[in-house]
Ligand binder design. Structure first.
Ligand SMILES: Nc1nc2c(ncn2[C@@H]2O[C@H](COP(=O)(O)OP(=O)(O)OP(=O)(O)O)[C@@H](O)[C@H]2O)c(=O)[nH]1
Length: 629
């Protein structure tokens, strides 16, 4: 903006003279020169222009210079405009004082000295220019400031939004982490970590108030089989339904947790918790007695339960968990689906078991296992027709131990499989060795009690037969009835074995309550009556039971075998019932291989001496019994 200077004079000649004095300077110093010919004219102009200085004639008609100056300075917009009075009244001090009192910046007398006039005007023009520059800079600065403020506000808002989002996300993450840290995602039950915290709290509370509480340790039975045969998703759904039944069986205040896999824990606090424990355990047992319905499939399972009490059974949360787990383990060993309270004696058994397992591993390496053989003979003529291979361990300190004394306690499946593999291989190679000798050929029976029936079983058995060059028809596998209960996947394995010519016998028949329809479906050759029924012959309806089982076997089209035959009376009854073969102390105890071979040869000789009459001696013929080792 160009600074402006106003010349006010009513006398046209004076106005022109002054104007001409300043025109050159105005051009040189870049300011605009405007003129007014009266006070009123001047007042109008100050309202529409900003002047760097006003040169005001003091002596004008109408409104003189002083009145004009007063009016200009009375308006807020122009109150600070510098005014230089120009007058002809030289030396009139009164005028000069009045002029200053009306706000004059200076006072000049006519005739004015051009340089003085130009210099004074130049000072005010310069001042105004500087002011204008300053104002422009101030405006610029304030705009800049405003921009900065806007920018800052926008930045702050953006940062704020980002922060708010982060806080919200963190909150969600924290809530999730919190939920995950205390809940099992599959069942939504309390998880192991949270259970341990609650358990420690329960211990502290019991210690403080001389209170007590109970912990139930649960493990589903044969859950792996359900997973393996029906799939992991069915297994997952079963775990969810088990969780729901557990919650329904306890009070809201009780804690139900899933430790992982198929293990659950129930924590019962409050008065009478120990007494409640057995009641709740039975309730849980009952809750599991109804089959589960998963996608229309009915699945039956049971749970083994161990109970630990605080402070009776332990002095810390960790010890209580361990002891309840030990009790559960023993419940499972005793009978799946049963309940066991912890006793200190169980820990002793646990230590012994761990010791056995360690020693068994070493026994495999040191080749301390042996097979003994127990003959099985036809009930009709006492002729040995099969030999059952029985596993023994020649223990460095305890001597010869039967498998039934050390294997049922072993939970290590891999170890069991290794032992059973050894047994199958040894039995097949012994059978092949006897076939190469001049001795009557007998079937080799191997008890599968310790093996799970798994998809590779057929391939493994057939591989052993091939290695030993033993025809499959000379091998008989005895499969305990309880292993046949879940045969969904196993039927194919059994059919493979049967198709290859291996004989299959259901062992311990009558001990596990297998459904008859299922037995009919399976490719079985024979049924071996559980020794408990043989033992009961002649006692309180025992003979009728044995008769029913023999008839059942017949009805199913199976050969019927009896084991554990100790007396002539038992054998006579079995013969009268039409049982096919028998085994037991009455015939012979288990023998080492050479003694067994001798027995077979002995029988062969007897057969030849009685030849050509093919009829064998009657089972009651004493010479067929009690063959020496
Ligand atoms: N479906 C499912 N299975 C699981 C899960 N976690 C672990 N398992 C399986 O649960 C099974 C646990 O089996 P175990 O308790 O060892 O064996 P079991 O068949 O129940 O045998 P017993 O306890 O001796 O009667 C294993 O096969 C695991 O793979 C899970 O979240 N979902």
């Amino acid at each position: 903006m160009i600074p402006k200077v106003l010349l006010v004079n009513d006398d046209a000649a004076s106005l022109l003279a002054l104007e001409s004095l300043l025109t050159g300077a105005a051009r040189a110093q870049h300011y605009e020169l405007l003129t007014a010919t009266s006070g009123h004219d001047a007042l109008r102009m100050v309202l529409t222009h900003d002047f760097a200085v006003i040169l005001l004639d003091a002596n004008m008609p109408g409104m003189d210079g002083f009145e004009t100056a007063e009016a200009i300075h009375s308006h807020p917009r122009t109150s600070a405009v510098p005014i230089i009075f120009i007058t002809a009244h030289y030396g009139d001090e009164r005028h000069r004082l009045e002029a200053y009192s009306k706000g004059a910046a200076d006072y000049l007398f006519t005739p004015v000295i051009p340089q003085v006039l130009q210099t004074k005007v130049a000072v005010f023009v310069d001042l105004t220019r500087k002011n204008l520059e300053l104002q422009a800079k101030t405006r610029e600065l304030s705009l800049l400031n405003q921009d900065l403020r806007v920018q800052r506000v926008q930045d702050l808002e953006r940062i704020n939004r980002a922060l708010e989002q982060e806080v919200a996300e963190r909150k969600v993450a924290e809530e999730r982490a919190q939920a995950l840290s205390i809940r099992d995602p599959l069942t939504n039950l309390v998880n192991r970590r949270s259970l341990i915290a609650q358990l420690e709290h329960a211990v502290a509370a019991a210690d403080r108030h001389q209170g007590e509480f109970a912990l139930l340790f649960l493990d589903l039975d044969r859950f792996k089989q359900i997973n393996d045969s029906l799939g992991h998703e069915v297994g997952d759904e079963l775990l969810r339904q088990v969780a729901a039944r557990l919650l329904a069986a306890v009070r809201v205040s009780d804690v139900v947790a899933r430790l992982g896999g198929d293990e659950f824990v129930v924590l019962l606090e409050g008065r009478g918790a120990p007494a409640n424990a057995a009641r709740v355990a039975r309730k849980i047992e009952q809750a599991h007695s109804r089959p589960f319905d998963i996608n229309g499939q009915r699945i039956a399972t049971s749970t083994s339960i161990g109970i630990g009490l605080y402070p009776q059974d332990a002095n810390s949360a960790a010890q209580l968990m361990k002891n309840a787990d030990t009790a559960m383990y023993h419940a499972k060993q005793h009978r799946r689906g049963s309940i066991e309270f912890f006793r200190e004696e169980l820990n002793t058994r646990e230590r012994e078991r761990a010791q056995w397992v360690a020693e068994l591993h070493a026994a495999l390496e040191r080749k301390e296992f042996e097979l003994l053989f127990q003959p099985r003979a036809a009930v009709a003529d006492g002729a040995v027709c099969a030999v059952e291979a029985l596993l023994y361990w020649r223990h460095p300190r305890h001597g010869l131990i039967a498998a039934s004394s050390f294997l049922p306690d072993v939970a290590d499946r891999l170890l069991l499989e290794q032992v059973c593999e050894w047994m199958l291989g040894a039995a097949c190679s012994q059978a092949a060795a006897w076939r190469a000798q001049p001795a009557p050929e007998v079937v080799m029976a191997v008890d599968l009690a310790l093996l799970q029936i798994h998809p590779e079983l057929a391939a493994r058995v057939l591989a052993h037969l091939r290695t030993c060059k033993l025809p499959p028809g000379w091998l008989e596998l005895e499969i305990p009835e309880h292993l046949l209960l879940n045969t969904r996947d196993n039927v194919a394995v059994l059919r493979q074995l049967k198709a290859a010519g291996v004989r299959l016998t259901v062992d311990d028949f009558g001990s596990a309550g297998a459904a008859l329809a299922m037995l009919r479906e399976l490719p079985l050759d024979a049924m071996k009556i559980d020794r408990a029924f043989v033992r009961a012959i002649g006692i309180d309806g025992g003979t009728d039971m044995a008769a029913a089982i023999v008839h059942l076997g017949r009805a199913l089209g199976l050969r019927v075998l009896a084991q554990g035959v100790h007396t002539e009376e038992q054998l006579a009854v079995l013969q009268s019932l039409g049982c096919d073969e028998f085994q037991g102390e009455l015939l012979s105890p288990p023998l080492h291989a050479p003694a067994m071979l001798a027995l077979l040869r002995d029988q062969s000789k007897n057969d030849q001496t009685t030849s050509p009459n093919p009829n064998r001696a009657s089972p009651s013929t004493p010479k067929k019994r009690g063959l020496s080792r």
